[in-house]
Design a protein around this ligand. Structure first.
Ligand SMILES: NC(=[NH2+])NCCC[C@H](N)C(=O)O
Ligand SMILES: [Mn+2]
Ligand SMILES: [Mn+2]
Length: 313
């Protein structure tokens, strides 16, 4: 039987020192505004919240990612802004690696989801056997051949597990690919034909909204934690805010109806906190231009707090 208490004891994390890393990058999503995500999340109170919880903060890092490009350069590939994505991933990976190797908990603020390629390049350079929990309305498992849009944020998970022509291996400093056996997708409800085929053929563990409705978020998270934690030396949580229902979080580039509600999302984070497994977190796809109320950014703060141990009682 899987027990949270046991897993917690087997992985004693020292009192966490948090390393906030800004990745103000939008070129992987093809929609301007995501580069404003990190600032918006900090303005919504991220640092205040973490300090209030008694967590120690390292000096925050803003990665100098490519920010402007008029048109995707003609590069003989369907992948838009590939050169910029590679540059971003190299720079971000370096910072994430340094934080993890220094014993700090990397908390990466995006940016569109292509930044996960940088985060994971840095993390896999430090941990050779990382588990991965991918909260997302989408699969992000496209390749150059299956992408309907050319946007690399829709290929980020594929790159992490070594599917397609552009992968983690193209980023200097990256370690081994994430093993498919230790990957879990949670909250999917908009998968492209090539992604569905791949998930079925490879047996990727994907808890769609259908499974969440059927099993409940508790059972889904229990299984997800077991899969990502099985034999791994750390678990990265990649949280695309579009996994939430657009009624809760409208400030995302590619909203899809029918997502996680507020309570499910918090409960998922709370179970992760109890498991003690998460060794890093990224919050991606916040686009404050699409949410003048900044509710999406505030939610990002709250969810990070829950994952890092904030409790009601
Ligand atoms: N990280 C995201 N929001 N990804 C959206 C991807 C949408 C679509 N599946 C594509 O590949 O273009
Ligand atoms: Mn995504
Ligand atoms: Mn998404």
């Amino acid at each position: 039987m899987f027990s949270y208490a046991e897993s917690f004891l087997s992985r004693p994390e020292a009192a966490k020192k948090i390393q906030l890393i800004h990745a103000p990058f939008w070129l992987g999503g093809g929609r301007a505004g995501a580069e404003l995500g990190p600032e918006s999340i900090v303005e919504a109170g991220m640092k205040r919240q973490l300090m209030h919880m008694g967590l120690e903060l390292a000096e925050e890092i803003v990665v100098d990612v490519p920010r402007l490009a008029a048109e995707p350069a003609a590069s003989g590939t369907k992948m838009k802004y590939l050169a910029e994505v590679k540059e971003m991933a190299g720079l971000l990976g370096e910072q994430v690696h340094r934080a993890a190797a220094g014993g700090r908990f990397p908390l990466v603020l995006g940016g569109d989801h292509s930044i996960a390629i940088g985060t994971l390049a840095g993390l896999t350079g430090h941990r050779g056997n990382l588990g991965l929990i991918w909260f997302d309305a989408h699969g992000d498992l496209n390749t150059e051949d299956t992408t309907p849009s050319g946007n690399i944020h829709g290929m980020a998970l594929a790159a992490a597990i070594g599917r397609g022509s552009f992968t983690l291996a193209d980023i200097p400093g990256a370690g081994p690919f994430i093993r498919k056996e230790n990957v879990v997708i949670i909250g999917a409800r908009d998968l492209d034909p090539g992604e569905r085929e791949y998930i079925r053929a490879e047996g990727i563990r994907c808890f769609t909204m259908h499974e969440i409705d059927r099993m409940g978020i508790h059972a889904v998270m229990e299984q997800a934690i077991a899969i990502a934690g099985d034999g791994t030396d750390g678990v990265h949580v990649s949280f695309d805010l579009d996994v939430l229902d657009p009624l809760e979080a409208c400030g995302v580039g590619t909203p899809v109806p029918g997502g996680l509600n507020y309570r499910e999302a918090h409960y998922a984070m709370e179970l992760l906190a109890e498991s003690g497994l998460a060794t890093s977190l990224e919050l991606v796809e916040v686009n404050p231009l699409l949410d003048p109320s900044r509710r999406t950014s505030r939610l990002a703060v709250e969810l990070a707090a829950s994952l890092l141990g904030k409790r009601i009682l």
